[in-house]
Write a protein that binds this ligand. Structure first.
Ligand code: NAP
Length: 303
């Protein structure tokens, strides 16, 4: 089994395993609390210590399902790093449902969200809190104040963002005394936004590893019948045969080969597939192999 080491996600940031487990789909896995606990323990045995949550996952149910399992063996808490997110207000919010889904990065909402997440996760602190989506009404000074309050109370150790553009990232950073630890963004062979819009350039410049979500495009990369997806699968399959690795490992290697050195978040509920993602850490693509995937995404050669 490939050794999975721990890395500092950013200068003075939290130390995380090079792969994280995402819990967005936890409510769909229909696991008992004991099965969830076993799944969590298996990750720790494999060296995957980072878990990715958001307050809204599973309509506010996933953190709760995770916390229930964690309570069965509280000694696991100190062995893991918990990432969670806030800043989206869904109509499914059980305590105060809004009329429409919207973003909210007011200090009051951030602090309330964290308190609710702590109680659902049955823990005293969050290792890394992310603002889930850029809020067009975000007042960076107000967010900075909320972060300071949460840090001073010991409820949150590190802060970061998700789905932020470089300018949104730099705006918020300009009001903070401590560096943002990461930007969690979508990276996969179907969607190149973060690769092309300067997001990953900024991460490389600042020495920050992005957290990569939906590296397999949520499974769509294996099933979509669009011309682009079919073309990509053909290339990925050729590389899989040449490199004697399963197709998903080629995809993870495509993400890991990026110079901003992303940490990928796996979304599967199957431990065998987590093991395959770990094996992918020993694979890097050379320039030509990486660009074969680029060409398959675009449907034409480099200019
Ligand atoms: P993903 O790895 O792209 O997709 C996982 C899905 O693909 C699962 O339904 C899985 O099914 C399926 N799948 C099919 N073949 C697979 C294979 N060979 N290996 C692994 N999975 C395969 O990840 P994701 O769930 O979309 O996202 C991962 C995590 O990123 C989430 O849990 C969440 O923590 C985070 N996320 C963040 C944001 C954000 O805005 N910040 C957005 C989306 C996600 P099985 O379970 O049956 O294996």
């Amino acid at each position: 089994m490939t050794e999975i080491n721990k890395v500092e996600i950013s200068p003075n940031g939290p130390i995380l395993s090079r792969l994280a487990q995402g819990y967005w789909r936890l409510a769909e896995w229909n696991m008992t609390a004991q099965e969830r606990l076993t799944f969590m323990k298996q990750h720790l045995e494999l060296g995957v210590n980072c878990v990715d949550h958001a307050d809204i996952y599973g309509n506010y149910q996933c953190e709760k399902l995770f916390g229930e399992a964690l309570k069965l063996d509280a000694s696991l808490r100190d062995k893991m790093k918990i990432v969670t997110k806030c800043g989206i207000h869904l109509q499914s919010n059980p305590s105060h449902p809004p009329k429409i889904n919207h973003y909210d990065s007011r200090a009051e909402h951030i602090i309330d969200s964290v308190n609710n997440s702590l109680s659902r996760l049955q823990t005293e602190s969050i290792d890394l809190l992310l603002l889930h989506r850029p809020d067009f009404l975000m007042d960076a000074d107000e967010v900075a104040g909320a972060f300071e309050t949460l840090c001073a109370s010991g409820k949150v150790k590190h802060f970061g963002v998700s789905n932020f553009t470089p300018s949104q990232f730099l705006l918020l950073q300009s009001r903070l005394d401590t560096p943002l630890a990461t930007n969690q963004v979508e990276i996969n062979p179907l969607r190149f936004n973060a690769i092309e819009d300067g997001t990953l350039d900024l991460m490389q410049q600042l020495g920050i590893r992005p957290l990569a979500w939906s590296c397999l495009a949520g499974g769509e990369i294996f099933t979509s019948q669009t011309e682009q997806a079919v073309r990509l699968r053909r290339t990925l399959n050729e590389l899989a045969i040449e490199l004697e690795r399963p197709m998903e490992q080629i995809i993870y290697a495509f993400v890991h080969s990026l110079p901003s050195r992303p940490i990928s978040i796996v979304g599967t509920g199957k431990i065998e597939r987590v093991k395959s993602a770990i094996e992918a850490l020993s694979l890097t693509l050379n320039q030509e192999q990486w660009y074969r995937i680029w060409v398959a995404n675009k449907g034409h050669g480099v200019p």
